[in-house]
Ligand binder design. Sequence first.
Ligand SMILES: [Zn+2]
Length: 152
Amino acid sequence: MLFLTHLLFGILIALVARGFISGGNYWFFFGLVLLGSVLSDVDNRNSKITKYLGLPGKIVSFFSKHRGFFHSMLFVVLLTVVLKLFLGDYYAWGLFLGLVGHLFMDSMSKNGINLFYPFLDVEIKGWVRVGNWQEMMIRVLLVGLIVWTVVW
Ligand SMILES: [Zn+2]
């Protein structure tokens, strides 16, 4: 899925999570959910997040396979544990939810993800073609849910 779609899903997750998880500064938590929701695409040289990260992003994308390690549960678990050690449970939850949200969205795309990389080679994929009308419909749905969450 594309950057904006992931970002919209991240916003929705952060808004919904507000009612369930607390324990620190909500806006920092919100930022971490958004970061998590776009970070995995650093394995793609042409992604927005790679461009935003500048040289470090270029180096990482050069050495990684798209939809390999950065789109695996291993990456999610490692990063969440690191964040838990440094910032505690609340903020680790934020990043975790964003990362899982990213994998969930990509698992609906035709390209799919390899969730258990590098341990198992099982491709999980759906029916959505990235960037076409199906993804645009998902965006419309997400915007609707975001508005509903805010108003409700
Ligand atoms: Zn992705």
